[in-house]
Design a protein around this ligand. Structure first.
Ligand SMILES: [Zn+2]
Length: 155
């Protein structure tokens, strides 16, 4: 991919993309929202034109509480695009959401050292502006951070 092939504003999310714009509009007011299939009675991720379970295109977005668990992650040390160089290292992760079984949301884990991360660790959403040097503008985005474990004895 050459730089001229990249959409304007890349790597910021494209807010005009119909399949995902509701996700970013929710994030702009610090809410996490996902497409929900009323027929299948479950959230669907990632956003598609039709439900992969039943084929309906009636997939209204619903807000969900931002608590979940760390499913998997990797620590990114190499910037494959120059725009990411100033953010290294960062933790790219998949989280599961308590209110949306079956969904694994790609995100970043913030405010945690990689050594603190464990499979199944409780996480919660937090919101912050996403921006890149040399790219105009910013987009408010959901990130996740570790929640204190309730099963941990007080120190
Ligand atoms: Zn469905």
């Amino acid at each position: 991919v050459t730089e001229t092939a990249l959409p304007p504003g890349f790597p910021l999310p494209d807010l005009s993309e119909p399949l995902t714009s509701a996700f970013w509009l929710a994030a702009a007011r610090d809410a996490l929202a996902l497409p929900y299939c009323r027929t299948c009675a479950r959230f669907r991720w990632y956003p598609k034109p039709v439900c992969p379970g039943c084929g309906t295109d009636d997939l209204p977005w619903r807000e969900v509480p931002g608590t979940g668990r760390l499913f998997s992650w990797t620590v990114v040390h190499h910037a494959f695009l120059p725009a990411f160089a100033g953010q290294l290292p960062f933790v790219a992760a998949l989280v599961t959401l308590d209110a949306a079984p079956g969904v694994r949301l790609p995100t970043r884990i913030v405010d945690a050292a990689p050594a603190e991360l464990t499979v199944g660790a409780p996480v919660e959403v937090c919101f912050a502006p996403l921006s890149y040097p040399g790219v105009p503008g910013e987009v408010r985005a959901p990130f996740f951070r570790l929640r204190p474990r309730t099963d941990r004895s007080p120190a």
